[in-house]
Design a binder for this molecule. Structure first.
Ligand code: ATP
Length: 350
């Protein structure tokens, strides 16, 4: 299965820039998630890959072939979009076999292939049912089987699980990921759900305002966000704005030591994940004093919401893991370890 490459691709709708000039590679056999808030350009990017939208500039390559001007139906990509658009009056098997019979395959071979695909998506035995007799998750699997019928070289999915409830969505994410890995098919998934991207993707492309903010493996995106936008969009983070001075950041009357090179006087935004903060007994380097506002017990996690001189802070602990015995109104000392602080120019902060 070949990989995909975007070379200098951009898209304008009139004067609106939906996608700025972008170079991206989607490696062979991997699943890439396009992630970002509404309107950031992820669907437009996917539609250009699908051939449903022409790039204003740039080229799209599949393996060693320039496919920029190849029409959508000749790209033979499998596509599953937000609305699955299944044929309600056809049976499940007929839905999956449709593109095969339209493509000239005889009916019995097409049905046989459809049955194999239904087994692949764990719907063997559902072939005779009508679409209306299926649950949301089963319909989604029919849509996937139908998209896979033509043995596509690339699989494109646009918010394929947005219609499913939270629990089913999580199950389908795992199922889809296992299927994709088994088939080894180059896949691009558009989502605005960071958990979905983290669950399924080999690599994540985080976008905002038509721009790629970061393109990296999920763990790298989480632990080494490229800028304050990514740190804020993926997972939770505490942020503090201050000015660099003598190797530290001055925030009001406080000073945090940082391990980053910025010119003195630069306005910066310091970020730390809630699980990297630590409530300690005694003040020391990089500690702040804070008042506990409330404690939130989330089952596997406990969150301490605090108000400090440098702003609100959330400290997060795994349940039972030396949870500090604090309640609303108590005073706490919070350690912000220098190695866990990420520092960004404020200009990059969204
Ligand atoms: P969502 O998550 O809401 O679907 P998205 O990240 O997929 O958003 P796009 O649909 O790619 O975003 O839209 C990116 C920008 O391009 C938006 O400002 C949108 O209004 C604009 N846009 C998209 N399609 C068109 C079009 N056909 N004509 C004009 N503007 C468009």
């Amino acid at each position: 299965m070949p990989g995909l490459e975007l070379k200098g691709v951009s898209k304008f709708f009139g004067n609106t820039c939906a996608v700025e000039t972008t170079d991206l590679s989607f490696p062979e056999g991997q699943l890439t998630a396009l992630l970002g808030p509404s309107g950031c350009g992820k669907t437009t990017l996917l539609r250009m890959i699908a051939g449903l939208e022409d790039p204003t500039h740039g080229a799209i390559w599949l393996g060693d072939a320039d496919i920029t001007s190849v029409p959508s139906h000749k790209r033979k990509f499998g596509m599953v979009f937000q609305s699955f658009a299944l044929f309600p009056h056809y049976s499940v098997r007929e839905n999956v076999a449709y593109s095969l019979t339209i493509g000239g395959m005889d009916k019995s071979s097409a049905y046989e292939q459809a049955n194999t695909l239904l087994d692949t998506v764990q719907l063997g035995g559902f072939g005779d049912r009508r679409i209306g007799e299926l649950s949301g998750g089963q319909r989604q699997r029919v849509a996937i089987a139908r998209a896979l019928a033509q043995e596509p070289s690339v699989f494109l999915l646009d918010e394929p699980m947005s219609a499913l409830d939270a629990k089913l969505r999580e199950e389908m994410q795992v199922e889809l990921r296992l299927l994709q890995q088994r088939l080894g098919i180059t896949t691009v998934v558009v989502t605005h759900d960071q958990r979905e991207a983290m669950t399924m993707a080999d690599q994540i492309v985080v976008m905002s305002n038509g721009r790629v903010e970061q393109h990296a493996k999920p763990q790298q995106i989480y632990h080494e966000p490229a800028n304050a936008f990514v740190a804020d969009f993926i997972g939770k983070a505490n942020f503090f704005d201050g000015i660099v001075k003598d190797g530290g950041v001055v925030i009001g009357k406080n000073r945090l030591q940082i391990d980053a090179n910025f010119q003195s006087g630069s306005p910066v935004r310091v970020a730390i994940r809630p699980e990297r903060t630590c409530i300690v007994d005694t003040p020391g380097d990089n500690t702040i004093t804070a008042k506990v506002m409330f404690v939130r017990d989330l089952g596997p996690l406990r969150e301490y919401h605090l108000q400090s001189d440098i702003g609100p802070v959330i400290a997060e602990y795994a349940a039972g893991e030396n949870n500090p015995d604090l309640k609303a109104g108590d005073t706490a000392t919070v350690h912000l370890p220098v190695e866990s602080l990420r520092v960004f120019p404020q200009a990059n902060a969204a």
